[in-house]
Design a protein around this ligand. Structure first.
Ligand code: 5AD
Ligand code: SF4
Length: 478
């Protein structure tokens, strides 16, 4: 099988591009109908997401387009069309994709009409494309992060070709609005407010695979949220790699705090979350807006990465241990009921036991409500990958275990402080293990399980926090 590299189509303005993609959705529908005739049933599709909230949102866009084209969305990779929306932030994400591709191949052998597509961050890496072209030749369609809005057009190209279609762009400044989206939850939704990242932390591949920072126009964001609210959404999560630098490159610049104030005004919207904040850009204005807000949730994800100033410098994070601590403790003082969560990397090149001690010191002082700890993963092309003093695996493991223990102890201590309080929870689902229980999320992101009717899913209710079980509560509906 040969492959076809798509030509870059002439760039249209956003509205024209939307129109064009809707035309391709109609065309794709024709192909899906033909397939339905052959199968004698509605063709099914499955979207599998790896990675972060941004990818989860992108997957909803892929699902929206597939449904519009006439597929029935299912949660099973036995489907007639399967797409993997991949992540490449750490190497284990890549390995998982390769592992599962073998399984997809075996399914494809049983279903001659089955199509397999790959997209997302991992596809922006040339070495990955080479590997797929040579070792996974059954894949029908590959595209990257910059041209996801062209998915309908690519689907049509896939139906019209017997060869592997590959369309990867190096970058884009295009933001295409108003394409269909199939939300996973009817009552909550992620909203992209910006794309890409300009920070180039020395370990991180994201700026290379997601491109430069681009903010959406506030009017488009507000309109999208208003439409979501009209459609039953009560909680939104504003998404960006670094939401604190939102709006800097707009024709009429605006700050993230100002955007939040606009979102707050939307009637019917009950809760606002956002992700992720870079500590170097978190302003006093934002702290004040959060403090005064009735809707912004009491949760801030503030990645630390390392507590050692020396390592932070090598990571190109552009803050010191002391600056981070001052910021975190200021936030704790201004908004005492806020939960602060973080990301930490262990084993960055050159990291010593003393550096890990510095990180542990920050964890003990900030007392995170939750922390995601990662083992450093070498990403080809990043400055850190070329650093000579990579840390041996046993040393990394020792530091990681030591840190994890402190993180878990402090998180447990923080979460237990809520015991005996009655707080509002958004009911997210019926508990998977016990159908009598509902699962809700507090404003500060803590999970609570309690007895209740499934009719309450999507509603905000008051819950008495009765028993603390480490990271979650068992509560009672009030
Ligand atoms: N190795 C390990 N963790 C990483 N992260 C980003 N790049 C790497 C890497 N090369 C982590 C950071 C970031 C989170 C999303 O992933 O902690 O905040
Ligand atoms: Fe990666 Fe740093 Fe950008 Fe976050 S801010 S996406 S860690 S480069």
């Amino acid at each position: 099988m040969n492959e076809i590299k798509m030509q870059l189509t002439e760039k249209l303005d956003g509205a024209k591009e939307t129109e064009r993609q809707h035309m391709y959705m109609e065309k794709a529908k024709g192909y899906v109908e033909t397939l339905a005739g052959k199968l004698n049933r509605t063709p099914t599709c499955c979207v599998t997401t790896f990675g972060c909230q941004m990818n989860a949102r992108d997957s909803e866009k892929l699902a929206g387009i597939l449904e519009k084209a006439g597929y029935r969305l299912i949660d099973d990779e036995d489907a007639d069309f399967v797409i993997y929306n991949t992540c490449t932030v750490r190497d284990n994400a890549n390995q998982r994709v390769y592992g599962r591709l073998g399984f997809l191949n075996s399914l494809k052998k049983k279903n001659p009409h089955k199509k397999v597509a790959l997209c997302g961050c991992m596809m922006q890496e040339p070495s990955v494309i080479d590997k797929i072209r040579h070792s996974y030749r059954f894949v029908d369609l590959i595209f990257g992060t910059h041209n996801i809005y062209k998915f309908a057009e690519l689907l049509v190209a896939m139906f019209e070709s017997k060869e592997m279609i590959i369309d990867i762009w190096e970058d884009t400044d295009q933001i295409v609005e108003d394409l269909p989206i199939e939300r996973k939850y009817p009552f909550k939704s992620g909203i992209n407010i910006m794309f890409g990242c300009n920070n180039f932390c020395s370990y991180c591949i994201v700026p290379y695979v997601r491109g430069r920072e681009r903010s959406r126009n506030p009017q488009d964001i507000i309109r999208e949220i208003e439409e979501l609210v009209a459609d039953g959404v009560v909680e939104v999560m504003l998404l960006g790699q670094n939401v604190n630098s939102y709006g800097k490159n707009l024709d009429e610049p605006m700050t993230f705090a100002q955007l939040l104030q606009e979102v707050e005004k939307i009637e019917g919207l009950e809760r606002i979350r956002f992700m992720t904040s870079h500590p170097k850009d978190l302003s006093d204005e934002l702290i004040q807006v959060m403090k005064d807000s009735k809707k912004i949730c009491r949760h801030l994800h503030l990645p630390l990465q390392s507590g050692s100033t020396r390592i932070l410098e090598r990571m190109n994070r552009r803050y010191t241990k002391q600056q981070y601590l001052d910021l975190a403790l200021k936030i704790r003082k201004e908004i005492p009921d806020i939960a602060i969560t973080t990301d930490i990397i262990v084993g960055f090149p050159g990291e010593t036991k003393e550096d890990v001690d510095e990180t542990i010191d920050v964890v003990q002082k900030v007392k995170y409500d939750n922390a995601f700890t990662f083992i450093y993963s070498k990403r080809t092309g990043t400055p850190a990958a070329a650093m000579e003093d990579q840390v041996p695996e046993e040393v990394v493991k020792e530091g990681f275990d030591r840190l994890l223990k402190v993180v878990q102890d402090t998180a447990r201590e923080r979460v237990s402080l809520l015991k005996g309080q009655t707080l509002k929870a958004l009911v997210e689902e019926v508990n998977e293990q016990d159908e009598e229980l509902l699962t809700g999320r507090l404003s500060n992101n803590t999970i609570v399980h309690f007895k209740g009717d499934k009719e309450l899913v999507g509603k905000i209710v008051s819950v008495y926090l009765k028993e603390c079980h480490g990271f979650y509560y068992i509560g009672e509906l009030v």
